[in-house]
Design a protein around this ligand. Structure first.
Ligand code: SF4
Ligand code: SF4
Length: 149
């Protein structure tokens, strides 16, 4: 008799615990039903990046002095700065500049240390391509204004 009572008591406790957990589950579900979704239906909806988001780098050709500081501070020496020395002007003249975003880790060092501020991080994040070589942006592509503002 005592054993039967004990079994009933244990069984009741288990039912109570199960009801409690189901109730907790429903409380979380109802709580989330009142919230706005944090996911977006990309590409139909676009993400709004934070102010400090580090996206595609923008480059201003006219401001670059070909000092190559960006190359030295880059952890993987990524920017390719092609220049020639103009004896008549006694200074370097930039011929081309490129960054391969297939390799870049978007650390922002080049932007941080560029003495003429000709590099800046944009909020552009949609960089997917079919061929990874298309991610090697020359100065024309780098100079394009970002598609996300
Ligand atoms: S650090 Fe700036 S100015 Fe110097 S080469 Fe790089 S982009 Fe040009
Ligand atoms: S963001 Fe970082 S990894 Fe990319 S080019 Fe600049 S320094 Fe190099």
């Amino acid at each position: 008799m005592f054993r039967f009572t004990k079994n009933i008591e244990d069984y009741s406790q288990e039912i109570f615990q199960a009801s409690k957990y189901i109730g907790q589950g429903f409380r979380v579900t109802f709580d989330h039903m009142n919230r706005k979704p944090i996911t977006i239906h990309y590409p139909y909806g676009e993400m709004v990046p934070s102010e400090r988001f580090r996206g595609r780098i923008h480059f201003e050709f006219d401001k670059c002095i070909a000092c190559e500081v960006c190359v030295r501070v880059c952890p993987i020496n990524l920017p390719v700065v092609d220049w020639e020395y103009k004896a008549s002007m006694k200074k370097k003249q930039l011929k081309s500049y490129s960054i391969d975003f297939g390799v870049c880790i978007f650390c922002g060092n080049c932007v941080e240390y560029c003495p003429t501020n000709c590099l800046s991080m944009t909020e552009e994040y949609a960089l997917s391509v079919y061929d990874r070589h298309e991610l090697n942006f020359d100065h024309m592509a780098l100079g394009r204004m970002p598609t996300v503002s």
